[in-house]
Design a protein around this ligand. Structure first.
Ligand SMILES: [Fe+2]
Ligand SMILES: [Fe+2]
Length: 225
């Protein structure tokens, strides 16, 4: 600022110019930086938002965690699609149907999360996926793998919820509540099938009955927006 003051300025005016310049510098450099870091939710900082971008409902950490979970949901879909193929090859059309519906559900979960991230102002990104397992030793092993996988998903969703709480994102918490409820059902479904498969102990007639029961499952679309 000192470059702009007139050459014949008095000593007192000079001091004022210097002080004013220092305050202005502080405002221009420190204050916006502070606002960028702390976000100041609910306050009108439209000028700062114009230069530095406004806050979103999701922090960068949350967006990253949601993107990882979107990938994990699609990975889950692939796991169940591979199981569908296994059951189809082993002549269990009912179990293949159950896995096909599970595949559709997982894709719907990914879609729901994807739409949430976009709507909340985050940048959804697609990540690389692991190859799923294609072979199983028995229907029981496939469903035990399903339950173990769902338990991992439950743990991941719980951690995501903890992060949403830490980051004080109410929107993310509301979105994740749906997934927490869904996981209770996911684990219960797989557990019940495992119990039934253990009951019949590989008996052909018992397996046929379970297969017929699982043929009844239909995909019920969920609200993805
Ligand atoms: Fe899921
Ligand atoms: Fe699932």
């Amino acid at each position: 600022m000192t470059a702009f003051f007139p050459a014949d300025i008095s000593g007192r005016a000079f001091i004022k110019w210097v002080i004013f310049g220092k305050i202005l510098k502080k405002f221009l450099l420190v204050y916006p930086l502070f606002c960028m870091i702390s976000h100041f939710p609910g306050k009108n900082l439209s000028l700062l938002y114009f230069f530095y971008g406004g806050p979103t409902m999701l922090s960068k950490k949350l967006v990253t965690a949601f993107n990882e979970q979107i990938a994990f949901e699609i990975h889950s879909a692939l796991i169940y699609k591979a199981m569908q193929a296994y059951f189809a090859a082993e002549d269990f059309p009912g179990m293949a149907n159950w896995m096909g519906v599970q595949y559709q559900e997982e894709l719907a979960h990914a879609e729901k999360m994807f739409n949430f991230v976009c709507d909340a102002g985050g940048r959804a990104e697609m990540l690389a996926l692991e190859q799923p397992r294609n072979e199983f030793s028995s229907p029981l092993e496939a469903f035990e793998t399903t339950l173990a996988h769902e338990q991992i998903v439950t743990e991941r969703i719980s951690k995501l919820m903890e992060l949403a709480q830490k980051e004080k994102s109410h929107a993310a918490q509301i979105c994740l509540q749906w997934f927490i409820t869904e996981q209770v059902e996911e684990e219960a479904n797989a557990s019940l099938i495992i119990k039934k498969l253990k009951m019949v102990e590989g008996d052909g007639r018992g397996l046929l009955m379970i297969d017929q029961e699982l043929a009844q499952r239909v995909f019920v679309p969920i609200a993805t927006a």
